[in-house]
Design a protein around this ligand. Sequence first.
Ligand SMILES: [Zn+2]
Length: 347
Amino acid sequence: MLYGVIRLDDDPIKRSPKRAISIRLRLFKTLCAPKYAHIVTELYIKLPPCTLPSAVASDSPLGRVFDPCPNLDDKLGLALMTLDRLEVLKLYCTGCASPEPMRHTYLHFLPTRSLRVFRLQCACNPYVGHPDNVIELFNQPFMRSVEELEWCLGEYGWRYPPNWATLPKLRKLVYGQEEYMKELLASSPITYLECDAFVMKNVHVKLCQGPKTLTCLRTHPYIHNILTPEYLRSSSLSADWMTLCIKMDISPYLNLRRLGYLCFGLREAPEIALNLTEIRLLPYLECIEVVNLYGHLSPPNNDPWGPELLSSLGFPSLTSVLIVDKHLEETLVWELDGLGWKSRRRR
Ligand SMILES: [Zn+2]
């Protein structure tokens, strides 16, 4: 029995990768039957990591050792060629890194014309994120309907590509450090943007040229897992990335309702309030997300977040502050009601 929504995005590492591969091969074969293919509207697939030892996978000439990753990718491609009703495609690839043969080339030929959500995370093949490939892919007919795009390929440093595509329906964009993706910001009425804090300066330049429709801006939270409070104390990466952008030109952020993840290496309430001086100028900001670098939500005795600090901030529209532990497993929600700021825990 097949349903319109298919999810095989559980973490294959927690189970047997070999079993994960065989389950996926069986599914891909089934999907090739037209009577099933027309039913599927949403596909969430995590391609499992290579089952070869990494030394063998990288050093052996292809052909001598059977590498399951290209075969799995080919079979996924065959299945996708039949899914002409697909509306959501989420492909998270953890296949082995390999320059040859090319991977995911089938993405250029998706038959669907109703794809709304396209999410791709992959670092298996350097050509996938090459501008030539990206430009060609983004100009394919199926991309014309995409409203939500995630593009995280671990490639960055590519120069600005000419003949850049425009995606007429795009509203929600997620990417990492792929610099070329910022070109979409100037041409699309993006309302939700998630990217790496390190690229915000360049993002800001493009947002100034764009239609200024942003209501939610987030940096990736993962970076906060590797930064320490000591590093942040001496660096400009905290609330400062937003402060700098607002100081240069506040206009792209005037419609913001939600902003995250801010990060404070500072622990004293007055210093946090000072860091939020420019952000307080955002007239409609309702929610701020903060990463607690200390890695737990049992506040130390001198935890600065509380009704006293929150009441003193003076934001015109702020009604919630979410303090997230750095592993993103638990959230302390501060909410403003008629009586003042109250907190509750959320898992
Ligand atoms: Zn891949």
